[in-house]
Write a protein that binds this ligand. Structure first.
Ligand SMILES: Nc1ncnc2c1ncn2[C@@H]1O[C@H](COP(=O)(O)OP(=O)(O)OP(=O)(O)O)[C@@H](O)[C@H]1O
Ligand code: SF4
Ligand SMILES: [Mg+2]
Length: 388
């Protein structure tokens, strides 16, 4: 076989703790413009507002949070599909901000995205063959025609589609099959990292598990690293090694997946987990129920101090309203240092020293909401937060 032949049997590097992607203090602020003649900037949407996280080679990092908290914008900023306002993204040792033109294009080959709605991300006028060849062609992977043909067949087989699919168009497939094509397209350029943005939320529940299993299979086969974005805690739990919980533009908690589900420490995470039904009726009766008051505040006008203080049942006067908590290791017996929480009072809440109190929902300023562009709908996002 020629050099153009691709290896489909790459194994994960085994370097579980080798950092592949390192995002530091990433911010993406979208200007809000007003006026036809004097196109004035009247404010900013603080979509991503201080995200720091590392993704290790071969792992799956799950990112969860309510609709509008900035998950997709962060995913896009990692791939530099969105220019960060501040912060750095280092991929495989290279600061992406230092790359331009061809160098950035080559690096992008290593980072691919799988979208929520494959139909809107697949050109309806192109056959599956031309969709898959497009990326390979752009990255110079089609010079050897025979190898490229073999690659196409291998890709289809890896995602469980017959070779005959190559001649068909996206509309001829079901939602699950289209997502398989989306995954094959991402794999076609032999990436290291895949950012999967709500990869199964547009699919029927019966098909979701198949696509999740497929993502896991190809991860092992191709030695991939994943960032899986979802509003569904169950999806993230199933697939992730580590999970980060995002609230209004930044992480509030991060831990190994099992640890986070066993011991959620941040009040926001506790509230999310408290909504997950537990199949054991005895446990179900005893479990903590925390109803979140009010909606997610507008990212155009985020609360001061701890962003969660307007909805937090453990909020403490002054400090919570004025000082923004950093993601930190907590001093709680049995909680590992890999479990980090952005709450001033995580220890006291866990020990019961600080008790819950009633929260009165604060109305979100409608004027601030008017400023928000309707991008979620365009991208097929905007689902309510789901825990099942
Ligand atoms: N291009 C843009 N210009 C202005 N505002 C934007 C743009 N893209 C996103 N936003 C705003 O940034 C905020 C975060 O949006 P984002 O799509 O990243 O959230 P999300 O967590 O992915 O939500 P969902 O779960 O609904 O997909 C939202 O308020 C959104 O309206
Ligand atoms: S810092 Fe204060 S407001 Fe924020 S989560 Fe902790 S207790 Fe609640
Ligand atoms: Mg989104």
């Amino acid at each position: 076989m020629s050099e153009q032949t691709f290896t489909l049997d790459k194994q994960p590097s085994g370097g579980q703790h080798e950092v592949l992607l390192d995002a530091r203090d990433v911010e993406v602020h979208f200007p809000i413009r007003r006026g036809v003649i004097f196109d004035k900037t009247v404010g900013y949407v603080y979509a991503v507002d201080g995200m720091t996280l590392q993704i290790h080679k071969g792992e799956t990092y799950g990112l969860v949070g309510e609709s509008g908290c900035g998950k997709s914008t962060f995913g896009r900023a990692l791939l530099r599909l969105e220019e960060p306002t501040n912060g750095t993204v280092t991929f495989d040792g290279t600061d992406l901000a230092t790359l331009r033109g061809d160098a950035l294009r080559r690096k992008r080959q290593d980072m691919q995205m799988v979208f929520q709605d494959p139909l809107s991300s697949l050109d309806p006028r192109q056959t599956v063959e031309s969709l898959l060849l497009e990326g390979m062609h752009a990255h110079g992977l089609t010079k050897d025609k025979e190898a490229a043909g073999a690659r196409l067949r291998e890709l289809l087989s890896a995602v469980g589609l017959p070779a005959a699919a190559l001649r068909k168009y996206p509309h001829e497939f079901s939602g699950g099959q289209r997502q398989r094509i989306g995954i094959a397209r991402a794999l076609s350029v032999d990436p290291q990292l895949i950012v999967a943005d709500e990869p199964v939320s547009a699919l029927d529940v019966s098909v979701q598990a198949q696509v999740i299993n497929l993502l896991e299979d190809v991860q092992e086969q191709f030695g991939l690293t994943y960032l899986v974005i979802a509003h569904d805690l169950a999806v993230v739990r199933h697939i992730s090694d580590r999970v980060g919980v995002m609230y209004l533009g930044s992480l509030v908690e991060e831990a190994d997946s099992d640890e986070l589900y066993k011991t959620p420490l941040h009040p926001y995470t506790r509230a999310l987990m408290s909504a997950v039904p537990i199949p054991d009726p005895l446990v179900e009766d005893r479990r903590e129920q925390i109803l979140l008051a009010g909606d997610l505040p507008s990212p155009a006008n985020p609360p001061s101090g701890c962003r969660f203080h307007t909805r937090c049942p453990w909020r403490q006067e002054e400090r919570c309203d004025t000082e923004r908590p950093q993601l930190r290791v907590v001093q709680i017996d049995g909680v590992p240092t890999s479990h980090r929480v952005a709450c001033h009072y995580a220890e006291q809440i866990q020990s019961g020293q600080i008790q819950r109190h009633e929260v009165t929902a604060t109305a979100v300023d409608p004027a601030a909401l008017e400023d928000l562009p309707d991008v979620n709908l365009q991208e097929g996002g905007g689902q309510p937060f789901s825990t099942q």
